[in-house]
Ligand binder design. Structure first.
Ligand SMILES: Nc1ncnc2c1ncn2[C@@H]1O[C@H](COP(=O)(O)OP(=O)(O)O)[C@@H](O)[C@H]1O
Ligand code: SF4
Ligand SMILES: [Mg+2]
Length: 356
């Protein structure tokens, strides 16, 4: 006999949050120009019930990491390492085991909600189908769950009967979030969930996600290029650069006392998170772009853009190592205090004009 609505809710809400451990994860895409090393041996843990932020500029490998956690990478990608969900390696699972964990244990919200919704079915039917694919409930019970999820993301229940094209961008994004939460997965992967929306809608949706995560005590990996969103949402943060984690630790510590020059630069590009009473630093931007991952630099990957680089940085690739409460990959962490002061000045980041 299939479950009642109450039994469904009880069983979903008693699900424990998931522990995620990512060990030596590497992803290489084979392309016509050669192998692109998009992610190089990264390690991080997400403690059950906590939010983990993954930050970095576009192209640094964030989505590749997220897709590898869900095993959604194309065949051209070679993946190494381990992705442990409560100790079980997602990368080693057979199809059946994988289908059992997707959406029930680990759910994904991406920035393009449109791609997650099928234009030919009503939004309600799609949520109902995704629920019934995993738990034995009647259509009516699944519909009641869909209504409950809509209420949670602030959408009126009657809109469940509408098609995706009848929704605005913000509503579609909320519908996808409702769908992702409908099986109360122990781990939510949110890959720039609000990037496509206007700033007011972004704030609204992020606070919804925060509320739900907190209330249901879920784990989350939040991918964003906005360090301010991470500071409001995540207990732990990892800063990615060119396929590597260059700094990681408790969010407050990483943002208040960065050891990696890239973190310092990123931070000063978002002035609104500075402490009260501190003088307002100029807005800086880090000039230049990510290195070509077909031919990554031999030494530190940030070297071509780093204002503090030395001979050693050009020759040797720095490893991620512990410093205080965080981990950082820079040869000169002993000079971090001096760098932090210099990083506040816009001229530090200014590039010299090319001599004609
Ligand atoms: N399917 C693919 N084939 C080849 N290269 C890819 C593919 N997907 C992503 N890349 C490359 O991998 C790197 C990381 O991309 P991505 O993970 O999308 O970064 P982010 O999400 O941080 O913007 C980029 O250099 C990108 O061009
Ligand atoms: S290792 Fe050198 S180039 Fe790399 S971030 Fe540190 S100071 Fe800059
Ligand atoms: Mg991305």
């Amino acid at each position: 006999m299939s479950m009642t609505f109450e039994a469904l809710c009880t069983s979903l809400e008693s699900k424990p949050p998931v522990r995620l451990q990512v060990q030596d994860l590497s992803v290489t895409y084979s392309t016509s120009k050669g192998p692109v090393r998009a992610v190089s041996q990264i390690n991080f843990d997400v403690e059950p019930g906590t939010n983990f932020g993954l930050v970095g500029e576009s192209g640094c490998g964030k989505s590749t990491v997220v897709k590898s956690l869900m095993r959604l990478l194309p065949d051209s990608a070679k993946v190494g390492g381990k992705v442990l969900l409560d100790g079980k390696d997602v990368l080693a699972m057979d199809r059946k085991a994988l289908a059992a964990v997707r959406w029930t244990q680990i759910a994904l919200v991406t920035q393009s909600a449109m791609n997650s919704l099928d234009p030919v079915f009503t939004v309600g039917d799609q949520i109902v189908e995704s629920i019934r694919a995993h738990v034995d409930v009647s259509h009516a019970v699944a519909w009641a769950r869909a209504e409950q999820m809509f209420a949670m993301v602030g959408l009126p229940a009657e809109r469940l009967r509408e098609y995706p094209h009848q929704f605005s961008g913000g509503m579609r994004q909320r519908a996808v979030i409702a769908m992702a939460f409908s099986l109360n997965a122990g781990l939510l992967l949110a890959d720039e969930p609000t990037t496509a929306l206007d700033p007011i809608m972004q704030d609204q949706i992020m606070s919804r996600i925060r509320d739900i995560q907190q209330r249901l005590h879920r784990s989350m990996v939040l991918v964003t290029h906005d360090i301010a969103v991470v500071s409001e949402t995540c207990e732990t943060v990892a800063i990615m650069y060119a396929g590597r984690i260059v700094e990681m630790g408790p969010t407050r510590d990483v943002l208040n006392k960065a050891y990696h020059p890239y973190t310092m630069g990123l931070q000063n590009a978002f002035p609104r998170i500075r402490a009260k009473g501190e003088s307002k630093p100029p807005l800086i931007s880090i000039s230049g772009g990510l290195p070509d991952l077909l031919h990554p630099p031999k030494g530190c990957r940030f070297e071509p853009r780093c204002p503090f680089s030395t001979e050693r940085c050009r020759a040797e690739d720095p490893e991620l190592r512990p410093v205080g409460t965080v981990m950082a990959a820079c040869h000169h962490i002993d000079r971090a205090e001096e760098f932090r002061r210099a990083a506040l000045k816009a001229e530090t980041w200014r590039v010299e004009e090319d001599v004609q």
